[in-house]
Ligand binder design. Structure first.
Ligand code: MEV
Length: 425
């Protein structure tokens, strides 16, 4: 492979041709067939990113019958993992019979910082900041006008030292971005503030002791927090999956507790939660890398990485809850531009950002419930491989009638690639 100059200036056909000529690929038609029929829509898609050569599909599924805060939702879920939607549906069905999910948004504040160095005494920069705080806030008025009108905007501005890094400080901006995820909004505020702060320092003749390092929002959003929970009186059910309710839920609690103390398990436990959360985040055109980053750093908030969910049994009363930071938006970004994201939001009844946070957290908890339910009873592979059966059959080129026969045959057997191949043979 050689370096290529000016690739970004090629048009799409030239890019595809270059790819076919220079790499061991011959699926030119596959790339072209991923196009939207509507040219304007296709163009819009291509503009989401750079050097776009195709649209990459993921399955868009639905988990109906989710009872959250006494309201029934059909939840759009985008995931490539075959058992995720089925697991959510199974948990939703179980909890519908026991009061459904309860979720509430604890807070919706986001943060951003301007990092800078200052090598004179901290009292000096604190005074400069204090004397000019109004000016720093005022310089962003034009940017935040619309957000202010919607009830959002800047909530506070503080100067904080970075204790472990000498001569290093941050301006910490706390913001309410209403129903927008607000990354661009926060970054624009920060960059305006950063330029104004620099001007102020120059006017005070401290420029030789000062340097702005950078300004950026934080994806750690512990003040943009949602909690979802389910609860059950164990006296109200006799058995679940062939176990007494008492035994099942005690074992369930033990499984959750293991993820509190063992980070190997905690990582997988939280991954299972994010299987559900991400599928809603992606379906609604939100930033799943941001939610992943926030979730995992929140999982370390007590100094060790641990489970995001917790289970309790007090006096025959079982509760299972999940708290996590979720900076989601229902306006702006891709939410309106991506036709399937906007369809997802319509399916959910055009929720506010806060409501969407509650929905995504409930799906995360549902997913966690189903994963642990399988783990402590049948093991995960039974359900997992059953869902994967179709993928294996597809890979082995099975005919329609073979697929139907295989589904019947494997309904009570363990699925593996070898077993499916043997069955087809
Ligand atoms: C698989 O994608 C997710 C699980 O491993 C989660 C878990 O173990 O809790 C099943």
């Amino acid at each position: 492979m050689n370096f290529i100059e000016g690739f970004s200036k090629f048009n799409k056909t030239q890019k595809i041709n270059w790819l076919l000529d220079n790499m061991k690929v011959d699926q030119g038609t596959t790339l072209i067939e991923t196009k939207y029929i509507d040219d304007a829509l296709q163009k819009r898609f291509e503009n989401f990113s750079e050097n776009t050569i195709a649209n990459f599909h993921l399955p868009f599924g639905i988990a109906p019958n989710f009872l959250i805060n006494d309201k029934v939702y059909s939840i759009p879920m985008v995931t490539e993992e075959s058992s995720v939607v089925a697991a959510s549906c199974k948990a939703a069905k179980f909890w519908n019979e026991h009061g459904g999910f309860k979720a509430y948004t604890k807070s919706m504040t986001k943060v951003g910082h301007v990092y800078f160095t200052f090598d004179l005494s901290s009292e000096i920069i604190e005074k400069v900041f204090k004397d000019n705080i109004e000016r720093l806030l005022n310089c962003t008025r034009a940017i935040s006008l619309n957000m202010d009108k919607r009830g959002g905007g800047i909530k506070s501005l503080e100067l904080l030292p970075l204790d472990k890094l000498s001569n290093t400080y941050k301006l910490e901006l706390r913001v309410n971005t209403c129903d927008a995820m607000g990354a661009n909004f926060i970054n624009s505020l920060l960059e305006a503030m950063s330029a104004e702060f620099r001007k102020i320092v120059i006017e005070n003749h401290f420029e030789n002791h000062f340097e702005i390092i950078f300004a950026i929002l934080s994806n750690y959003t512990p003040e943009c927090l949602v909690e979802a929970s389910v609860a059950l009186n164990l006296n109200q059910i006799n058995e679940i999956d062939g176990m007494s309710a008492q035994h099942f839920f005690s074992k369930f609690k033990k499984a959750v507790d293991i993820a509190k103390f063992d980070k190997f398990r905690a990582t997988t436990h939280n991954k299972g939660i994010m299987n559900g959360v991400d599928s809603v985040v992606i379906a609604t055109g939100n930033d799943f890398r941001a939610t992943e980053a926030a979730a995992h750093s929140f999982a370390c908030k007590d100094g060790i990485y641990k489970s995001l969910s917790e289970a309790e049994i007090v006096d025959h009363f079982f509760t299972f809850k999940l708290s996590l930071p979720l900076a989601l938006g229902t306006v702006g970004g891709l939410t309106n531009l991506h036709p399937l994201a906007s369809l997802s939001l319509d399916m959910l009844g055009k929720p506010s950002a806060s409501e969407l946070m509650q929905i995504a957290a409930s799906v995360g908890l549902a997913q966690n419930f189903s994963a642990i339910r399988s783990l402590i009873t049948t093991g995960i592979q039974k359900g997992h491989m059953k869902m994967h059966l179709l993928n294996i059959l597809d890979q082995l080129g099975a005919s329609v009638s073979q697929i139907e026969d295989a589904k019947k045959h494997f309904s009570d057997k363990v699925v593996s690639f070898q077993a499916v191949r043997d069955f087809l043979n």
